[in-house]
Write a protein that binds this ligand. Structure first.
Ligand code: NAD
Length: 382
């Protein structure tokens, strides 16, 4: 299949582009490299050095003889996007290309506006570009489990049957997101659902949990193919951030009580979930929603798992509870359904000690790249 991976230079997009290329698909990466510029803005970095996008795809060609096309540019520039769609004629478009940090979106007005305009208008442009230039193209859009929030009932996969005044209907599941970033994903979901209905677009919204892990089968083939490893208080995701704190003998810092429960998955499962969605496209006009996660944990459980593995490597770190910089429920019910991807064949990699060891050892190999001043939260929701 001819597939565009938008955001294919990022943490999820790069391994996905390699995985799809490895499966024999013709892959083009579209990316404006904004994530690398945000590292400069935040004086931050990936723990593992990452090669330029050109060096990455050259190395992939050298090792596998498979070509990945690069389109450097912004989804918000419609002329550029139109050119790409006309030239490449994708059968699938995997859309990772958004500003994805909740804390970044909460820095101030400018960062909230940037996040929502980048994400919402980018996705709107993608919808128009599919309608105009590739109407059969299946849109596979990365949403997030954070769109749902933490309701006191089970979270269904996108839709819920509601009975009201004696009548029943299947309605979109209510969304209660917790940051301007998460709100941008909800706005995207509404726009996509409407475009499916109005124009007959085929779309799958992958409501992904928090991704942990680092490498995949493909990124391990050469150090130049390495994935990025974020650890700072802005882009580091919970488990990865705790492991890097342990690697530098820093306390593991849990926000508030740590009883917040979230859905998680390994980056190795992200790439397979996208592949499964691509091989089993939505129908014409269908807005399909999959909950893309494999397990859930409380933040405290993750901290304890990291502490235990660190201890086994003779690294003794404490778990500290910080005042929660976010506005979120700390003790709440959490049960979410995730059957659709499993029904289509996903066999999850679960979170074992070995997974934590692998990330810890990668971090221990680059102690001088970890900026200690970046591991604590600096952005408040209030
Ligand atoms: P990332 O920041 O590492 O990658 C995003 C990529 O998109 C970057 O390379 C960036 O340069 C590019 N990009 C951003 N805006 C763009 C634009 N307007 N035009 C072109 N390129 C643009 O993020 P990630 O962790 O790989 O996340 C990818 C997607 O998955 C995001 O949509 C995110 O919301 C979603 N997601 C991620 C996680 C997670 O834990 N990482 C969890 C749930 C959902």
């Amino acid at each position: 299949m001819r597939v565009i991976v938008a955001g294919g230079d990022g943490f999820c997009g790069w391994p996905t582009a390699l995985h799809l290329s490895n499966q024999g698909h013709e892959v083009a990466i579209l990316d404006n490299l904004s994530r690398r510029k945000i590292d400069d803005e935040l004086n931050s970095n990936s723990v593992l050095p990452i090669a330029s996008i050109e060096d990455r795809v050259d190395k992939w060609k050298e090792i596998t003889n498979k070509e990945i096309h690069i389109y450097k540019g912004d989804l918000n520039h419609y002329d550029f996007l139109s050119m790409v769609m006309k030239q490449f004629q994708p059968e699938a478009l995997v859309h990772f290309a958004e500003q994805r940090s909740a804390p970044y979106s909460m820095i101030d007005r400018e960062h909230a506006v940037y996040t929502q305009s980048n994400n919402v208008i980018g996705t709107l442009n993608v919808l128009y570009a599919i309608k105009e230039f590739a109407p059969e193209c299946h849109l596979i859009k990365l949403g997030t489990m954070g769109e749902y929030g933490t309701p006191n009932i089970d979270i269904e996969e996108g839709y819920i049957e509601v009975e009201h005044n004696g009548r029943k209907d299947i309605m979109p599941y209510p969304k209660q997101p917790g940051s301007f970033y998460h709100l941008s994903k909800v706005h995207d979901s509404h726009n996509i659902m409407f475009a499916c209905k109005a124009w007959g677009i085929k779309a799958t919204d992958l409501n992904q949990g928090v991704v942990y892990g680092l490498q995949t089968e493909e990124t391990l083939k050469d150090p130049v193919l390495s994935n990025r490893l974020d650890y700072d208080g802005v882009y580091g995701t919970a488990l990865n951030r705790f492991i890097i704190q342990a690697a530098i003998n820093h306390d593991i810092t849990v926000y508030g009580s740590g009883k917040q429960t979230r859905a998680f998955l390994n980056i190795k499962d992200t790439v397979r979930c996208v592949e499964i969605a691509m091989n089993n496209p939505a129908d014409t006009g269908e807005f399909r929603v999959f909950n893309q996660f494999t397990e859930y944990f409380t933040v405290q459980e993750l901290a304890e798992k990291v502490q235990k593995v660190a201890n086994s490597k003779e690294i003794n770190v404490d778990i500290k509870h910080l005042d929660n910089p976010r506005v979120e429920a700390e003790a709440h019910y959490y049960h979410a359904v995730n059957t659709k991807l499993k029904t289509l064949g996903l066999e999850p990699y679960l979170l074992t000690d070995e997974v934590i060891v692998e990330i810890l050892e990668s971090a221990l190999a680059y102690p001088n790249r970890i900026k200690k001043e970046n591991v604590l939260p600096t952005i408040s929701w209030r």
